[in-house]
Design a binder for this molecule. Structure first.
Ligand code: C2E
Ligand code: MG
Ligand code: MG
Length: 463
């Protein structure tokens, strides 16, 4: 077994043929150095380098060969957990050792190449290349080997490739890029591999910038909450509002949440941003209360990431107590798809909050799937129909979908809000379906809190 071999034996397996002799000597010294520099340096089960040693060895290979171009291939197995669960750990281990051998083959047969096991089912290869096609061929060959091996459970490997454009790229950057490419085909079992391209490069730059700047943005107060009023279309009255985050970037101006919220959802920082926005909303409601004015419900967005946040309920309860605001005044908007994967206990958390008096609103209804099951099994206080329901209403099919979906929701006793009403025609058709409440540019765009406050005062005076 690999782990029973001495390090020297593992190293000695490098091909010793004459034209590769010099390189082997060189690789051997690098590996020895690498091993000296890390406590163990290898993944125990398979004997491949661990990530730390891989970074070190690959970095050195690049340094010593500044004229070569290097590429990184990463591979992840979808559903590897299932192999252990259904076939037992031994079969899981057998699979990992086989895959490790597929990678090791290139470490041993290609010049300036180094393989690594990042995690159980996540592998990586760094290699010098002349044509990008070589990298693609490696990925396809490994995939076919895995596909054709008689495992007890069929697995789906996906590959990401990044071919360096620069002289002396950073190995961690190459790996990040290859990983991003791989993630772009996650779940698409028919795709063999993805190559990091310019579009991904732009997205990566944006993500890095958002990650770099967000902490300062929170500290400097560059993030703020806008409120978009919700109205009753028959009476024109404001029945509430939704708080929407805005980022006033010192160089880029206003950045839309559509751009930065998904990035912050990836790294989890959305939790801090959400809490920051919630606090602004509670403070505003406390101000209304302090001025003895009527409270209108202001919805707050709860990112799907909070499904994993054990403190979610405590945070919301603490805020409502701190500011003395009834829970019903801050409905919680959760995007429809957050209800789908209940692994992390989103249902349970929502139930707990509902029992406390918070109202739960399903956002973006109609953009996800499995919604019929959800509608039957979950109690929602409000359903926000996505604006896609009222696009292309000149098409008869669109009108049928709108009419019967609204009818079904109303028959279930749901409170509906139509999102994104922009035209008089849309308003008329939505009203015709029996849905009175809406949020949309036809009535109001999201606005600074002070402006919303002013609108409320006007409405209070007219009462
Ligand atoms: P959402 O929660 O569905 O918010 C409604 C979005 O629709 C807002 O975009 C709003 O400006 C836009 N909208 C409203 N009326 C119309 C209309 O008539 N036409 C069109 N075309 N758009 C309309 P916004 O503010 O850019 O926010 C986009 C999304 O970002 C939100 O969708 C929500 O998912 C997320 N988001 C915004 N603020 C927060 C936040 O504080 N926390 C979290 N977690 N997500 C947020
Ligand atoms: Mg929302
Ligand atoms: Mg929405």
């Amino acid at each position: 077994m690999e782990q029973n071999k001495t390090r020297q034996e593992v190293i000695d397996r490098s091909p010793q043929n004459s034209d590769k002799g010099r390189e082997d000597m060189y690789l051997r010294s690098l590996r020895l150095m690498a091993e000296k520099n890390s406590e163990d340096g290898r993944y125990h089960l398979t004997g491949l380098y661990n990530l730390k040693t891989f970074f070190y060895v690959s970095g050195e290979l690049m340094q010593q060969n500044p004229d070569s171009r290097f590429g990184v291939i990463v591979m992840d197995i979808a559903q590897f957990k299932a192999v252990n669960e259904f076939c037992g750990r031994d079969e899981g281990d057998r699979m990992l050792k086989y895959i490790a051998d597929c990678f090791r083959f290139y470490e041993n047969s290609r010049p300036y190449t180094c393989a690594c096991q990042v995690r159980a089912d996540n592998f990586c290869l760094c290699t010098a290349f002349e044509e990008e096609r070589e990298l693609e061929e490696i990925a396809v060959t490994i995939k076919h080997k895995i596909d054709n091996f008689p495992f007890a459970y069929r697995v789906f490997p996906s590959f990401g490739i990044c071919a360096s454009q620069d002289v002396l790229p950073s190995i961690s950057y190459l790996k990040d890029c290859a990983t991003m490419a791989m993630q772009s085909i996650k779940g698409k079992f028919y795709a063999e591999y993805a190559v990091f391209d310019d579009k991904m490069r732009k997205q990566m730059l944006l993500e890095k910038q958002v990650e770099n700047d967000i902490v300062d943005a929170l500290k400097n107060g560059d993030l703020t909450a806008y409120i978009q009023p919700k109205v009753n279309m028959r009476t024109g009255r404001i029945i509430g509002g939704e708080a929407l985050v805005r980022w006033n970037h010192p160089e880029k101006g206003i950045i839309s949440p559509g751009v930065f919220v998904p990035v912050l959802e990836k790294n989890g920082f959305i939790i801090n941003v959400d809490q920051y926005i919630w606090e602004i909303v509670f403070r505003f409601l406390a101000k209304l209360k302090g001025e003895a004015r009527p409270l209108v419900p202001i919805s707050i967005n709860v990112s799907r990431v909070h499904a994993y946040d054990k403190n979610l309920c405590d945070t919301l309860i603490r805020l409502s107590e701190k500011y003395g605001i009834p829970e019903s005044c801050t409905p919680l908007e959760l995007t429809e798809s957050a209800f789908l994967a209940d692994e992390a206990g989103m249902y349970q958390r929502m139930k707990l909050l509902r029992d406390r008096g918070f109202r739960i609103s399903m956002d973006d209804f109609g953009t996800g799937y499995s919604t019929m099951y959800m509608l039957k099994s979950q109690t929602m206080d409000e359903i926000k129909m996505d604006r896609t329901f009222i696009l292309d209403l000149e098409n008869e099919k669109s009108r049928i979908v709108l009419k019967y979906t609204t009818a079904m929701l109303l028959a279930m006793g749901a409170n509906i809000i139509m999102e994104g009403v922009e035209t008089e025609e849309q308003k008329r058709l939505v009203l015709e379906c029996g849905c009175e409440n809406a949020q949309g540019f036809l009535f109001y765009k999201p606005m600074p809190i002070e402006e919303f406050d002013e609108l409320l005062r006007k409405q209070e005076r007219e009462q």
